[in-house]
Design a protein around this ligand. Structure first.
Ligand code: ADP
Ligand code: MG
Length: 211
């Protein structure tokens, strides 16, 4: 499973926001995208997820394992997305949050196993507001992963966590992505977030270059 962008460019209000570039992310690989605020990083993730709207205009091709994604609406792309302040549904329990978007088969045991794996054994029946920020962040990631995504987009996913939690949570996230064998594009401002030996791209002044 590889995520491939070919000659992708994005315009905003008649100006280039991102000049044409190409990128292929391999199965299990996390590529990091860095760059100044307002450079267009989140916009690029929206293009990949399929929910980019005017005034943005994109061109170029996007494929997953060789299959063109352009004709597919966001929900049929099966691309997971995790934002820096991902919200859990407050009126649902942790387990109900995790069940959201999951295939029906073996749901309960898969949820229990995922919670145990995340150090959250027995948290299934709790409402999200009784969890710490770091615990909620883990649940949000599990929810994205359990939905069976074919690729993952992370937008500053560790920002809300304190330093100690960041290190543990990073290992947890990259471990899952590698184990699931899905390509991942991560936006971050913190060089410490970059996985070991991971590729880093810089988006600056419309240009995407290798950092
Ligand atoms: P980044 O994630 O790199 O900080 P964004 O992708 O969020 O940047 O934004 C890229 C540019 O697009 C910014 O200059 C921002 O002000 C602009 N922008 C974001 N959303 C809109 C919108 N709905 N309409 C017009 N401009 C927008
Ligand atoms: Mg952003």
């Amino acid at each position: 499973m590889a995520l491939t962008l070919e000659n992708v460019s994005i315009r905003l209000g008649g100006h280039a926001l991102i000049a044409p570039f190409s990128l292929s992310i391999a199965a299990g690989e996390t590529v990091t995208l860095m760059g100044p605020s307002g450079a267009g990083k989140s916009t690029l993730l929206s293009f990949i997820a399929g929910d980019l709207e005017p005034p943005f205009e994109a061109s170029g091709s996007l494929s997953l394992d060789g299959a063109d994604l352009a004709p597919l609406p966001p929900e049929r792309r099966r691309i997971g997305r995790l934002f820096q302040d991902d919200l859990l549904f407050p009126h649902l329990t942790v387990a109900e949050n995790l069940a959201f978007g999951m295939p029906r088969k073996n749901r309960a045991p898969r949820i229990a196993a995922a919670l145990a794996d995340a150090g959250l054994e027995g948290f299934g029946d709790r409402p999200p507001h009784t969890l710490s920020g770091g615990q909620r962040a883990r649940v949000a990631l599990l929810r994205a992963l359990l939905a069976g995504p074919r690729a993952m987009l992370l937008d500053e996913p560790f920002n809300k966590l304190d330093q100690e939690l960041r290190a543990a949570f990073r290992g947890f996230v990259f471990g899952h992505i590698a184990a699931e064998g899905i390509p991942c594009l991560m936006v971050t401002h913190d060089a410490a977030d970059v996985p070991e030996n991971g590729r880093v791209l810089l988006l600056k002044d419309t240009l995407v270059t290798h950092a």
